[in-house]
Design a protein around this ligand. Structure first.
Ligand SMILES: NC(=O)c1ccc[n+]([C@@H]2O[C@H](COP(=O)([O-])OP(=O)(O)OC[C@H]3O[C@@H](n4cnc5c(N)ncnc54)[C@H](OP(=O)(O)O)[C@@H]3O)[C@@H](O)[C@H]2O)c1
Length: 520
């Protein structure tokens, strides 16, 4: 098939191959990689599941799943990948079955000359991580001698620091830190990889990237969907654990970190860890003042009436689980002293969007700033992560045809609008990196540990307080308290860029209309 001669041969073994993650993300990513010739020449995939299936059934499922790819899949390349897809039936709890798996993989090594190299992708509930790792070890499938074996796990990596530590011990006992790839799929997103380039490859931005020139940073990840069928999982997690502990804090570290000494995994991750270590700890009083939590009530989105969280399937009708969190955070280091980082994430908000807004400080109130007739806007740099990927820059210029009227104007780069560009999907990039043995875009244990420690302190205060959660209407921008959070500092949430592209009315609440006039 393929062909990427620089990739070492290997077998990708997917535990939980009948599950949602494999079908919706892994098979499409593999079909994309095959299309682009980014799979190793000597390669096979083993789908592991407990149901009785044949290779041809699994291939048919994967063929169908490849249709979920947002990109153009080359049919011939996909079919060549499907030919190398095999099924192995076993129950994870059955210790003897691992012996059979070992023999099966050895047979495939002979057939595809994959030399004993393995990627074990655990697309399973975390409760199985320990069992699978232990039995792979027990049956000599993870010795890393003469061939390499790597393990990939998805979030949630624990439910708090204690459970994360347990999971980590179970995995590292077999694989060691170096061979554990913890996915935070946000890191696989195109614009996150671009973020470091924008920061460190442009004279334009890096010199201004500090508290002297930056007034505030806003990070928004908003979803329109509710909890759907994931009620039981979400009841135990909530937005803080589900989104802030991983994706949101990862975005924060990439925005705030110092330039790494090199681009290798450890150099980058060392800098990210320093940001987490510099986060100002939230005392009980600070949690009350700087963290807002909310839960969606009934409402309407896109003209459709939707249920409140407490009315959702398998959710406690008196639940206090957070479906929205907004935080005002500070990084106590030389670069960021005093700059607020506002983070917000929530379900059932008006648009699906992920973006980072850097708002630069205003010029001194003289010259144009002193003239009443001018409507100067702030300098904004917006990193658009999804659904649109790109960069938006707002600055001030003279309004054409006027003598001295100044008005905000924009430059907008949309990467995934470029014709013919199939922007790689996150899992595509991440799978390719595991094959290459590059863990830069995966979270290291100390990152996970600091993030859990930070988030746990907030959870503990919430548990102690036992106060009723703020209910916001589905389709609104969350609790009013989130507006007040910024208003205290003279700031306001900026509307996500996505709102400007929408042809339907988006509720503004008390949000700034700063970018309202800017439409393409
Ligand atoms: N789905 C996503 O988009 C997504 C996103 C982020 C993180 N994750 C994480 O990724 C992991 C997998 O998620 P998922 O949504 O794919 O879960 P899922 O749909 O519930 O799939 C779990 C898989 O594990 C298999 N399984 C469970 N117990 C087994 C056993 N004893 N022996 C053999 N197979 C067994 C299931 O087989 P059966 O089909 O026979 O039940 C199924 O294939 C979870 O940790 C989840 O939190 C998923």
């Amino acid at each position: 098939m393929v062909i990427s001669p620089d990739l070492e041969p290997c077998i990708l073994v997917i535990f939980g191959a009948t599950g949602d993650l494999t079908q919706r993300k892994l098979y499409p990513a593999l079909a994309n990689l095959a299309t682009k010739g980014f799979l190793p020449d000597r390669f096979a995939v083993v789908a592991v599941g407990r149901r009785s299936k044949t290779d041809s059934i699994v291939r048919e499922e994967a063929r169908h799943a490849a249709g979920f790819s947002a990109n153009t899949v080359d049919i011939k390349a996909r079919d060549r990948f499907l030919k190398r897809l095999h099924y192995f039936q076993m129950d994870f709890d059955n210790r003897e079955a691992y012996q059979g798996l070992r023999a099966f993989l050895a047979q495939l090594d002979d057939a595809y000359q994959t030399q004993g190299n393995r990627i074990f992708f655990l697309a399973v509930a975390p409760q199985y991580f320990g069992t699978i790792a232990k039995d792979l070890h027990f049956h000599g499938m993870a010795t890393n001698v003469g061939a390499w074996q790597r393990v990939v796990v998805e979030k949630p990596f624990g439910n708090d620091l204690t459970s994360a530590r347990q999971l980590n011990t179970q995995l590292t006992k077999t694989f060691g830190e170096q061979r554990v790839y913890r996915i935070d799929h946000y890191l696989g997103k195109e614009m996150l990889q671009n973020l470091m380039v924008v920061r460190f490859a442009n004279t334009l931005f890096e010199p201004l990237w500090n508290s002297r020139y930056i007034e505030e940073v806003q990070i928004t990840v908003s979803e329109t969907v509710g909890v759907g069928s994931r009620g039981p999982y979400y009841e135990a997690a909530g937005a803080l654990r589900d989104m802030v502990q991983n994706h949101m804090l990862q975005l924060l570290t990439l925005i705030a970190m110092e330039p790494p000494v090199a681009l290798d995994a450890d150099s980058v991750r060392d800098e990210k860890v320093k940001v987490l270590r510099s986060l100002r700890p939230l005392t009980k009083a600070a949690v009350t003042e700087q963290v807002v939590r909310g839960q969606y009530g009934p409402g309407s989105i896109d003209g459709e009436t939707v249920l409140g969280y407490r009315q959702e399937e398998r959710v406690d009708p008196a639940s206090n689980t957070d479906t929205y969190v907004a935080l005002e955070l500070y990084i106590d280091n030389f670069r960021w002293s005093g700059v607020p980082f506002y983070l917000r994430t929530g379900k059932r908000l008006p648009v699906r969007s992920a973006e980072i807004v850097i708002r630069f400080r205003e010029q001194p109130g003289v010259l144009y700033f002193a003239q009443k007739h001018n409507t100067l806007g702030p300098n904004l740099l917006v990193i658009k992560i999804q659904p649109e990927e790109g960069i938006f820059l707002q600055f001030n210029a003279r309004k054409p045809g006027t003598q001295h009227t100044i008005t905000p104007v924009t430059m907008d780069y949309c990467q995934n609008c470029l014709e013919g560009l199939d922007s790689p999907e996150a899992y595509e990039r991440l799978l390719a990196d595991v094959m290459r043995g590059d863990s830069t875009l995966f979270t290291r244990w100390d990152e996970v540990e600091y993030a859990w420690d930070f988030v746990d302190k907030i959870s503990h205060v919430w548990e102690e307080m036992e106060t009723e959660i703020d209910i916001y209407s589905a389709g609104s921008w969350g609790p009013r308290a989130a507006e007040r959070l910024l208003a205290r500092n003279g700031h306001r949430w900026l509307l996500p860029f996505q709102c400007l592209l929408s042809d339907r009315p988006i509720p503004l609440n008390e949000e700034s209309k700063i970018r309202e006039g800017i439409r393409r």
